[in-house]
Structure formats: C-alpha cells, structure tokens
Design a protein. Structure first.
Length: 104
C-alpha cells in the first residue's frame, strides 16, 4: 500500500458527489469554467478512476479548445481543453481511445 492512500482491495475510490452548481471553493475559486453538471462529473470521476485501475496514468491537454482526455486531471485545471467525461467521446463513429500526452 502506498503511503497516504487507503487500502481499497482493487476497487476504484470515487470522490463524494459534488453539487450540480458548486460554490467556489479551493479548486474552483475564481474559475467558473471548471464547473460542470453533476452527471458529467460522476461519469468523469468513474472513467478516470477506472482508467487508473487498468494501468493508465495522467495525461495532458493535447491542444487548447480540444476535449480533455479522460485521464487529464480535469477538476483542477484543464489547461485550455474543454470538459470531457468519456474515454471514447466520438463513439460509435470513431471508436478510438482519445488520448493526450502522457505526464511523467
């Protein structure tokens, strides 16, 4: 077990649900662009944490104005990317995993 992370028996730990329109807090203070509907946040959190469980690391925004990769830490700063809760945002027309540059 890594220090600072609770044992979770291989199951993803999801953060508690956030309100649909959160009040500005430490992560969104002065940045209303980080707010998103609750259903989108839940889909993002589940897909992001499952990505970690199957071996994916964090990714960066590929270019400003593009959808954020689901493995990007979208809750803090999207670096110009648009919100995206899905690993395959163009499915079924383009069933390709959407990726960004790996963050070492």
């Amino acid at each position: 077990m890594r220090r600072g992370r609770p044992a979770h028996r291989g199951l993803p730990l999801l953060p508690p649900a956030r309100p649909a329109h959160p009040q500005p807090g430490p992560l969104a203070a002065g940045r209303p662009q980080l707010r998103r509907p609750l259903d989108d946040y839940r889909a993002f959190a589940l897909n992001h944490e499952l990505g970690h469980q199957i071996g994916y690391g964090h990714e960066a925004c590929p270019a400003a104005g593009q959808p954020a990769p689901v493995m990007q830490q979208q809750s803090t700063d999207r670096k110009g990317c648009t919100p995206n809760p899905w690993p395959y945002p163009q499915a079924p027309t383009t069933p390709t995993l959407y990726r960004g540059p790996a963050i070492p």
